[in-house]
Design a protein around this ligand. Structure first.
Ligand code: NAD
Length: 304
C-alpha cells in the first residue's frame, strides 16, 4: 500500500506513533520516526521490518521548535536522494500537563500549546511546502490528532482540550487551503487508548471510563494505527478535512442511568420544562434579532 512512499511519524517513539510506524513499514513504506527521545525512536526503528526498497530512519526532533523541524525535513533528500520528498505525515507527537484551570501555570498552558498545536502547524507547513515545490502528482496526506478530551471538555485538562480543539480547526483549514495541491489533511479523535500517555490515570477512574464505553475496553494503539494507515493511503483518496472518532460516546449502561446522567452534568441536575421555555421565548422574541441558524444546548452542560 505504501511502496515507494516516505512517511514521517512524529511521536513515533511510543504508543500510537510506534504502532503506526510498524503498520506502514509492514505495508511497504519507508518510515522516518521523529521523536524528542532518540533512544525511543531508535527502538521503534529496530522493530520495523524492511523489504528491498525500504529504508527507515530515527531522528531526534522537537516538533515545537522550527529549527528542529527544518532539520527533520532537510534530512529527507540527504537520506533518500536528492528530489526525495516525504509525502505522508502523521503528527502523533503530543503531551499533557494536567491540572485545574484555576491553578494552572502559564508554563503548563504554553508547553501543551507549543507541542500539540504549534508542533502540528510547523511539521504540516514544512511538509506542504516541500510537496508543493516537488510538483508531485501523488500529492500528499497528513493525519493530525485531536482527542476525546476535546469532545467532552475533560476536567483538569483545559490546556490539552484547548490544544486539541485548535488542532481540529487547523486540520479543516489546511484541508481547504491545500486541496488544490492534492494534499489531504484529516484528524483522528481517539478515545482512551492503552499507551504510556494514559497510564497515569488511576485504576478506579479507568474502570469508570471502561464502563461508559459501549465496547467495554480501552482501544489499542494498533487499532488507531489502522485509521492512520487509512488516511495516509489511497483508500481515503476523496477524504479531507474530516474528523474520525476512534471511540464511542460516554452514555452509560448503568442501571442507575438517571443518577449517572446527573453526575455527568456540570450543573448536577435535570433541567426543568420552564428553563427550556425561557430559551424558546428568547428565540421567538426580538431578544434574538440577529440570531438565526443556531443550535442552543439547554443541557446543564451535559452536551458540552
Ligand atoms: N492515548 C490516548 O488515550 C490518546 C487519546 C486521545 C488522543 N491521543 C493523542 O494521540 C497522540 C499520540 O498519543 P500516544 O498515546 O501515543 O502518546 P505517547 O505518550 O505514548 O507518545 C507520544 C510521543 O510523543 C513524543 N513527543 C512529546 N513531545 C514531543 C516533541 N516536542 N517533539 C517530538 N516528539 C514529542 C513523546 O516522546 C512520545 O514518544 C497524541 O497527540 C495524543 O494527544 C492519545
Amino acid at each position: 500500500m505504501f511502496a515507494n512512499r516516505i512517511a514521517i511519524i512524529t511521536g513515533g517513539g511510543s504508543g500510537i506513533g510506534r504502532a503506526a510506524a510498524q503498520l506502514i513499514a509492514k505495508q511497504g513504506g519507508s518510515v522516518i520516526v521523529a521523536d524528542q527521545s532518540l533512544a525511543n525512536a531508535k527502538e521503534t526503528v529496530s522493530l520495523l521490518g524492511s523489504g528491498q526498497q525500504q529504508q527507515h530512519l530515527a531522528l531526534e526532533v522537537d516538533v515545537s521548535k522550527s529549527d528542529s523541524v527544518s532539520h527533520l525535513f532537510n534530512e529527507v533528500p540527504k537520506a533518500y536522494g536528492s528530489g526525495a520528498v516525504a509525502t505522508l505525515l502523521a503528527n502523533c507527537a503530543g503531551i499533557t500537563r494536567d491540572g485545574w484551570m484555576i491553578d494552572m501555570s502559564e508554563e503548563a498552558f504554553s508547553k501543551v500549546m507549543d507541542v500539540n498545536v504549534k508542533g502540528t502547524f510547523l511539521t504540516t507547513q514544512a511538509a506542504c511546502k516541500r510537496i508543493v515545490d516537488s510538483k508531485s502528482s501523488n500529492g500528499g496526506s497528513i493525519v493530525n490528532f485531536s482527542s476525546v478530551s476535546a469532545k467532552i471538555a475533560n476536567l483538569g485538562q483545559v490546556n490539552y482540550v484547548a490544544s486539541k480543539c485548535a488542532v481540529e480547526g487547523l486540520t479543516r483549514t489546511v484541508a481547504r487551503e491545500m486541496g488544490r495541491h492534492n494534499i489531504r489533511c484529516n484528524a483522528i479523535i481517539p478515545g482512551f487508548i492503552d499507551t504510556p500517555m494514559i497510564r497515569t490515570v488511576p485504576e478506579k477512574v479507568m474502570e469508570g471510563i471502561k464502563k461508559q464505553t459501549p465496547l467495554g475496553r480501552c482501544g489499542q494503539a494498533e487499532e488507531v494505527a489502522k485509521a492512520i494507515a487509512f488516511f495516509l493511503s489511497d483508500q481515503s483518496s476523496y477524504v479531507t478535512g474530516s474528523l474520525l472518532h476512534v471511540w464511542i460516546h460516554r452514555y452509560s449502561n448503568d442501571p442507575n442511568l438517571m443518577e449517572g446522567i446527573k453526575k455527568q452534568t456540570p450543573l448536577g441536575r435535570c433541567g426543568q420544562a420552564e428553563e427550556v421555555a425561557k430559551a424558546i421565548a428568547f428565540f421567538l422574541s426580538d431578544q434574538s434579532s440577529y440570531v438565526t441558524g443556531s443550535l442552543l444546548h439547554v443541557s446543564g452542560g451535559f452536551a458540552v
